[in-house]
Design a protein around this ligand. Structure first.
Ligand code: ZN
Length: 166
């Protein structure tokens, strides 16, 4: 296992859609994603954030509260959503220093392949629903800045690109 460098926006790899994963060994990638996410104090990390353009992400909404719920999703699909908009602050390990209110669906039903190869389907709400939608965006080459009003985005982008970056 290794802690990998996390790409920082506007690295062009963060703006590319990722390819579905075929049958291939992913254990090492997933272990590295978890280790990198925990080392960076994050709750979610998508493969493109470490430069791997595959539809894979890891998340753990509970670990900071002492209740770890690690979850790795391969080829996730959002099958249904409770389309009640919920606005809450989101950070991103690829956008250091930017915390912005993003509107997400209240709950989502997701189908994904687990690392062992089984296909799962489950409903998620609260932190996990938000995290899944955030990481899912990464698989489609989107960051939080693309989910906010254009004038706010322009202001934040300017400050981010001019400011010191971690
Ligand atoms: Zn992110």
């Amino acid at each position: 296992m290794a802690v990998l460098p996390i790409l920082k926006w506007p690295d062009p790899r963060l703006s590319q859609g990722c390819a579905p994963v075929a049958h291939e060994p992913l254990d090492a990638l997933i272990a590295d994603l978890f280790e990198t996410m925990y080392a960076a104090q994050g709750r979610g990390l998508a493969a493109p954030q470490v430069g791997v353009l595959k539809r894979v992400f890891v998340m753990d909404c509970g670990w900071k509260d002492g209740d770890p719920t690690p979850l790795a999703m391969i080829n996730p699909t959002i099958m249904a959503a409770e389309r009640v908009p919920v606005l809450a602050d989101e950070g991103c390990l690829s956008l250091p220093g930017i915390v912005v209110a993003v509107e997400r669906h209240k709950a989502v039903t997701v189908q994904w392949t687990a690392p062992e190869g089984d296909i799962h389907m489950a409903d998620f709400d609260e932190c996990e629903a938000r995290c899944i939608q955030h990481e899912f965006d990464h698989l489609n080459g989107m960051v939080t800045l693309e989910r906010i009003a254009p004038d706010l985005r322009a202001r934040l982008e300017r400050a981010y690109l001019e400011g010191p970056r971690a």
